[in-house]
Design a binder for this molecule. Structure first.
Ligand SMILES: Nc1ncnc2c1ncn2[C@@H]1O[C@H](COP(=O)(O)OP(=O)(O)OP(=O)(O)O)[C@@H](O)[C@H]1O
Ligand SMILES: O=C(O)c1ccc[n+]([C@@H]2O[C@H](COP(=O)([O-])O)[C@@H](O)[C@H]2O)c1
Length: 188
């Protein structure tokens, strides 16, 4: 099986993430996309980072009608912060018959050389890069594939700020996620 791993804080998951995952899935021969919820990005320290169980639950709600998407809590059981190479190594050992690749937004590619053992990631895994407004890709490598797709000017930061200011976030997130955030009073 060919699995595309979409690592993220998903604080919260938004329609941008879903469009990226569906677009890459559609244009490749991947069998599944796994959304890997990272408890702690090594390069981001945020007060507004809500509990990983809530972020995972929102991912589950967002993808429940898509049979080729799965949510993964694998990093919940691993040391913090969440280093992608460690998770890739663990998953490759756990699932020796699967072939894993990863998805990145171009903002993350910009700082990719700061990632732990990034050369090892490029040596062993294909990296699909989705363009992001204002984040030009100037990193070329045989393992990096740039996806030619519409720019999506939507971010979790914008959504968190909108919620805090009591502005509508309808249509930026799946309805079930909007309801979950409202019911649990998240990001207020
Ligand atoms: N609109 C977007 N276009 C392209 N890539 C995106 C977009 N939104 C998120 N991504 C990518 O999805 C992955 C997970 O992103 P993340 O959960 O941090 O969302 P975010 O919107 O960037 O959050 P925040 O605003 O809190 O930094 C990262 O690789 C990120 O680059
Ligand atoms: O492995 C690293 O050194 C590393 C450095 C920065 C980010 N990452 C991972 O990249 C993913 C995207 O992070 P984020 O916060 O932009 O959603 C998330 O899974 C992080 O753990 C990983």
């Amino acid at each position: 099986m060919k699995i595309g791993l979409f690592f993220g804080s998903f604080n919260p998951i938004h329609l941008g993430h879903l469009i990226i995952a569906e677009t890459i899935y559609d244009r490749t021969d991947l069998d599944e996309v796994w959304f890997v919820v990272s408890p702690q990005n090594p390069l981001k320290k945020r007060k507004s980072l809500i509990h990983e169980f809530d972020r995972l639950r929102m991912v589950e709600l967002a993808i429940e009608d898509n049979f080729h998407f799965r949510a993964s809590d694998v990093e919940f059981h691993m040391p913090r912060p969440s280093y992608t190479i460690d998770t890739l190594t663990y998953l490759s050992e756990q699932y020796p018959k699967h072939n894993f690749s990863i998805f990145l937004g171009s903002d993350n590619l910009k700082q990719f050389k700061k990632w732990k053992n990034y050369e090892q990631i490029l040596e062993h895994y294909q990296v699909y890069v989705y363009p992001r407004p204002g984040e030009k890709v100037d990193f070329s490598h045989p393992s990096i594939i740039e996806v030619d797709a519409p720019l999506l000017d939507i971010s979790a930061t914008f959504i968190r700020e909108a919620i805090q200011q009591e502005r509508s976030v309808r249509y930026l997130l799946p309805d079930a996620v909007v309801d979950y955030i409202r019911d649990k009073k998240l990001y207020f």
